[in-house]
Ligand binder design. Structure first.
Ligand code: M7G
Length: 331
């Protein structure tokens, strides 16, 4: 059965963004402390970009991750072709130039040159990028790690305390210094409150690849490992109100959502991923995603579940944490 919700495009629902603004490259500064500005008509900062290497690319996903320099600063640029929207089809068919490539019997292929506004590429910029960013986006072999509760205390925790990505961007969102206009729902309550907004991987043009994140207001919960039954009200609040807000804004019912946490996350400030069921979001596989519904039930039956449980997750070959597991003879 056709999924009518999935076919729905978003016309000013959940976004007030102009095409220029959406096209705008994000130059939010991860570690440099600034970079919270939201100038809608940005100049083409990418004209200065000097490519050093292609970190990875995918013909299937139609994206490319590039390492290079922007005004002498290390940068990672991600370019991604955006999905074709049903509401743009008439304009696409009427307004494009078509050149025949081949014709054979009932088959023919063409090159279609779409009008510029229908031919956008989503560009994400990380600048200045750290070496860790470069590694994050580099295609790498992965290894599954088995982490006991003790391993977490003796190997993982000391490592992430020293080596994890800055969560300045998260604080900027919570303090409304960045992306404030994108907030879909917020609960200001300090203990159970959170902010729900589009993940920056989502261009918000169609619900097919809906991707939002709920960021907890509490700042001292690093990951799944820190959760106990004490956090159930927070998790239940995020689950319930997050689903309601998505239903209201995007008309997508809970039965169409995959709501989960990553372990390991990249950013150690508690957040929950809301993606559309059927959209294979990066990191939604069983080796990394933990359904929020399961997390809640596990904590209901054992408050220390995530303290004591052995957790499995993939790490990339050059991840420093993998090195620590190897040194400890755990791999
Ligand atoms: P994660 O599980 O910590 O890491 O999720 P992952 O990136 O390896 O999945 C963090 C989520 O936050 C990811 O889905 C990111 O795409 C998203 N994200 C990261 N940054 C830096 C931003 C940002 O600046 N704004 C928004 N809206 N989302 C972000």
């Amino acid at each position: 059965m056709a999924d009518t919700a999935a076919k729905r495009e978003i016309h000013g629902v959940g976004t007030e963004e102009s095409p220029q603004k959406v096209k705008r490259a994000k130059a939010d500064n991860e570690n440099g402390g600034g970079g919270v500005g939201n100038d809608p008509e940005s100049e083409n900062i990418l004209s200065e970009f000097k490519t050093s290497s292609v970190l990875s690319d995918s013909a299937r996903e139609k994206n490319i991750f590039i390492h290079g320099k922007l005004a002498d600063r290390e940068a990672v640029v991600i370019l991604e072709k955006t999905p074709i929207r049903e509401d743009s089809l008439d304009e696409l068919f009427m307004g494009s130039k078509l050149s025949l490539e081949m014709r054979n019997d009932i088959y023919s292929t063409y090159r279609l040159q779409a009008p510029p506004q229908l031919n956008e590429i989503k560009a994400t910029v990380v600048c200045p990028a750290t070496e860790k960013h470069v590694k994050k986006y580099q295609r790498q072999e992965s290894f599954l790690v088995e982490e006991t509760g003790e391993d977490y205390q003796s190997i993982t925790l000391p490592y992430i305390q020293k080596q994890s990505f800055s969560v300045q961007w998260v604080h900027n969102i919570l303090e409304k210094k960045a992306e404030a206009e994108k907030i879909v729902y917020e609960d200001p309550e300090p203990e159970v409150g959170f902010v729900l907004l589009p993940d920056f991987k989502w261009d918000q043009k169609q619900v097919d690849d809906l991707y939002l994140i709920a960021i907890a207001r509490q700042r001292d919960i690093r990951s799944l490992r820190d959760l106990t039954a004490e956090h159930l009200p927070l998790l239940q609040n995020i689950f319930q109100r997050g689903k309601e807000a998505i239903l209201q804004r995007y008309k997508l019912p809970a039965s169409k959502l995959r709501v989960y946490l990553h372990y390991q996350p990249s950013y150690y400030h508690l957040h929950v991923h809301f993606t559309k069921l059927g959209y294979e979001a990066p990191g939604c596989g069983v080796e990394r995603a933990h359904l929020l519904a399961d997390v809640i039930q596990n904590l209901q039956s054992d408050s220390r579940f995530y303290k004591s449980r052995t957790l499995y997750f993939p790490l990339r070959a050059d991840d420093g944490l993998l090195g620590r597991f190897r040194e400890a003879g755990r791999l």
